[in-house]
Design a protein around this ligand. Structure first.
Ligand code: SAH
Length: 350
């Protein structure tokens, strides 16, 4: 059975053979342009609503929903058809609302400071599972009178280790759901072939790179995949992406006490940013606590000092406000209820 948000228009036509075409169009619009649940498609006869609900099953079952920041951050824990679990975070700001989606159940990148990395890899998500996260979070936002404006691929998993389904989900959000590429951001640990592949795709989505260190020795230790795709190669791939897309690149930097928050780190990072053809923007994220990593985040004064130093060196830098730390919804805390590394690779049926 095709899942609800993975279906193509042609598949919907054949699935609803016998119904007039205008009905199919109403359903398509309801699903993708308006994000309406079939039961709420009041322009359809009741039996047809029930039929759509039955023939197009949802891929995500709600396990829990946690709320933080006085209602401004909502984390969804979902169970997939095979029992795997993933999380999605909805963040409401005064001027916009952002959904942070997962692209894999778990992650194989093994960054030691990240809870998802600590838990290991379960499986890739397909595009319908990614799109449905956006739809379900948008429906929740709508219930509070809010519209989702941005989608960031910064939840569980490494998007560019799962490039094809990620790409299909981006196309759907852009073509069928009407989101502009400017409001779609893919974050990567630095998978060079994935960046190169994404550069060949037609949509100019934003690229964020989780850098965390600006020399290979330090980055090898923090982000193991750096040994496979060292900084020189990664920066070349980023430059080429920017050449094709004309978008600004951003670097993410989780500030780890005594590890990557020295003045010399800021100098190295500034050099890397300024040597790009378009200067990169830096997002500083004070490291969030995770069960498997004993080092703390940098103190607030150090984070702002680092930011000021970068600015003085001519680099734009923003300190990202931590959202949902108390519900384990902040950057690097998504583990879908798993808090320890179990095995590097788990079967789908675990
Ligand atoms: N795999 C992708 C998508 C995950 S995005 C990537 O690496 O970009 C999540 C972001 O949060 C990444 O920048 C990641 O490095 C960062 N992060 C991971 N653990 C963190 C932690 N404990 N505190 C703060 N940021 C963290």
């Amino acid at each position: 059975m095709t899942s609800r948000y993975g279906i193509t228009q042609d598949e919907l036509v054949s699935l609803l053979a016998g119904h007039p075409r205008y009905r199919v169009d109403q359903i398509w619009r309801g699903l993708f342009a308006e994000f309406v649940a079939p039961a709420d498609m009041t322009n359809l006869p009741k039996e047809l609503r029930a039929e759509v609900d039955r023939v197009l099953p949802l891929a995500l079952e709600t396990v829990t929903e946690s709320v933080s920041d006085r209602g401004d951050t909502i984390k969804f824990l979902w169970s997939l058809a095979d029992g795997s679990r993933i999380e999605t975070v909805l963040m409401l700001y005064p001027d916009r609302a952002t959904v942070c989606v997962s692209t894999q159940a778990g992650c194989a990148m093994a960054c030691g400071f990240c809870a998802t990395g600590q838990a290991g890899f379960t499986r890739h998500l397909d595009h319908s599972e990614i799109v449905e996260q956006v739809v379900r979070a948008t429906q929740r936002a709508k219930s509070m009178g809010r519209r989702v404006s941005n989608v960031v691929y910064m939840g569980m998993g490494e998007p560019l280790a799962n490039e094809e389904p990620v790409w299909q989900s981006l196309v759907r959000l852009h073509d069928d759901c009407g989101m502009s590429a400017r409001h779609l951001t893919v974050s990567t640990v630095g998978i060079v072939p994935g960046i190169r592949k994404l550069a060949t795709r037609p949509l100019p989505v934003n690229l964020a790179v989780s850098l965390h260190a600006a020399n290979d020795d330090k980055r090898d230790a923090l982000v193991p995949i750096n040994k496979r795709y060292p900084l020189g190669e990664l920066m070349k791939a980023c430059d080429d992406y920017l050449d094709v897309k004309g978008r600004r690149l951003s670097f993410e930097w989780a500030m780890i006490d005594g590890v990557n928050d020295h003045p010399s780190d800021a100098v190295e990072l500034a050099n890397l940013c300024r040597s790009r053809r378009l200067p990169a923007h830096v997002n500083l994220i004070p490291l969030n606590p995770t069960p498997g990593y004993p080092v703390r985040g940098s103190a607030k004064s150090k984070v702002y000092g680092f930011r000021d130093q970068l600015e003085a060196l001519g680099v734009n830098a923003t300190v990202r406000r931590n959202r949902g730390t108390d519900i384990d919804a902040a950057c690097g805390q998504l583990a879908a209820g798993q808090s320890v590394r179990i095995t590097p690779s788990r079967s789908n049926r675990d």
